[in-house]
Design a protein around this ligand. Structure first.
Ligand code: NI
Length: 393
């Protein structure tokens, strides 16, 4: 497709995408409950003559655009779910569902994703068309880290022999109008733990007859920070956070147990493995040193988002084409988790930032996106997908 065709089509497409995004924004649905959202996506795609694939999904949509000639397949992914947050933006199209909100901008992602499908369909129907096909993944349940697995388990990536996957997230911390691309680690792995320190309770004034689980748990909280500063390299990015510390019933009682819960985030897989290994030893031996006992759970939730170099280069070149070299920046990594990482366990992929330059961060009650980036995001998606197909034809 020529650039003039893109701009002619996007004039009205942008308005459609804004309307579509606002409709989703007014009716946010939580992870695994995206039934209306799924119907809106299906309706929009069907209205534009786009083929929906028949896979058994409770929520979420898989669609495909086929070029006139056979060839490879590349996927574009958008997540569709909202969060349990009471919206405080005061927008005209604010959430109509109390306590639920699109506070991560997945409404924006979904709209940019259907916009990309419309542009891809135009390209497929155009004179020159293209060789291969583009799979569109409208993924449920990103916020609970389950949606990517649901999509992978359909078998669609094997069925279509998908060669790469491209996804994006709006980024309020990045300047409006820019696209951020980075090869390598972009988002953190997510591990979660729960530690129960079992002591011996007793009178606050007679500690020698007790094993104080609060003192032991406090040693664990501060000691865990040394895993970051002393075990991993200063060049690695790792965060250990204890977000929950529960113990005790009264000021004059040493309780029987203390409970800690927290999360570990790392950008580098090697750092992640090292922290996990030392975590176990550190917790067990600290508790033992004080004469207590411990039970703990450690769960690997998500790997880190690791962009492969070749796909990232395709996305970077596409971004330059759409927004100009002066608006393409090196993406800043974050230790937030993203289940796009699961796709990258199966196939190469690139996840990029769309700069929206907003004052409030993800998951804030006043979070907002900038709709002017909708059509731009659709264009980056499709330009990258078509370039990838050409490269792999
Ligand atoms: Ni998100």
């Amino acid at each position: 497709m020529s650039m003039s065709q893109v701009s002619a089509a996007t004039e009205s497409l942008q308005e459609q995408l804004v309307r579509f995004r606002r409709k989703l924004h007014e009716h946010p649905e939580l992870s695994l409950e995206e039934f209306e959202t799924t119907q809106h996506i299906r309706d929009f795609l069907t209205d534009h003559g786009i083929e929906i694939l028949d896979y058994p999904l409770r929520t979420g949509v898989l669609a495909i655009i086929r070029g006139r000639k056979p060839g490879p397949c590349v996927a574009i992914r958008a997540d569709i779910d909202a969060l349990p947050i009471l919206e405080a933006t005061g927008l005209a199209y604010t959430s109509q569902v109390s306590g639920k909100m699109h506070a991560c901008g997945h409404d924006f992602h979904t709209a940019a994703g259907v916009g990309a499908a419309v542009l891809a369909k135009e390209a497929a129907d155009s004179e020159e068309s293209f060789a291969g096909s583009i799979l569109f993944v409208y993924q449920p349940a990103e916020e609970v880290g389950q949606g990517a697995k649901i999509i992978v388990d359909t078998g669609v990536f094997e069925d279509l022999q998908v060669g790469a996957i491209i996804g994006e997230h709006n980024n309020p911390l990045q300047a409006l109008g820019t696209i951020g691309v980075k090869s390598g680690a972009l988002m953190g792995s997510v591990d979660e733990f729960r530690i129960v320190v079992h002591g011996v309770g007793g009178h606050a004034a007679i500690p020698e007859l007790t094993v104080d689980p609060i003192v032991i748990a406090s040693q664990i909280v501060s000691g865990l920070q040394h895993l970051v500063s002393r075990v991993t390299s200063p060049h690695d990015q790792v965060v250990v956070t204890v977000g929950k510390f529960q113990a005790g019933t009264a000021r004059n009682i040493i309780p029987m147990e203390a409970v800690l819960e927290g999360t570990i985030r790392s950008l580098q897989p090697a750092a992640r493995a090292k922290v996990e290994e030392h975590f176990h030893t550190f917790v067990e031996q600290t508790v033992a040193a004080y004469g207590g006992k411990v039970t703990f759970e450690f769960e690997r939730i998500l790997p880190s988002v690791l962009n492969d170099e070749a796909t990232s280069e395709v996305v970077r070149a596409a971004a330059v084409q759409v927004v100009g070299a002066e608006n393409v920046v090196e993406a800043s990594p974050t230790l937030g988790g993203e289940d796009f990482a699961l796709y990258q366990q199966h196939l190469p992929g690139c996840f990029f930032w769309v700069g929206t330059g907003k004052p409030y961060g993800w998951h804030h009650p006043s979070f907002d996106v900038d709709e002017s980036m909708l059509q731009t995001t659709s264009q980056v998606f499709v330009t990258a997908a078509l370039a990838w197909l050409k490269q792999h034809a």
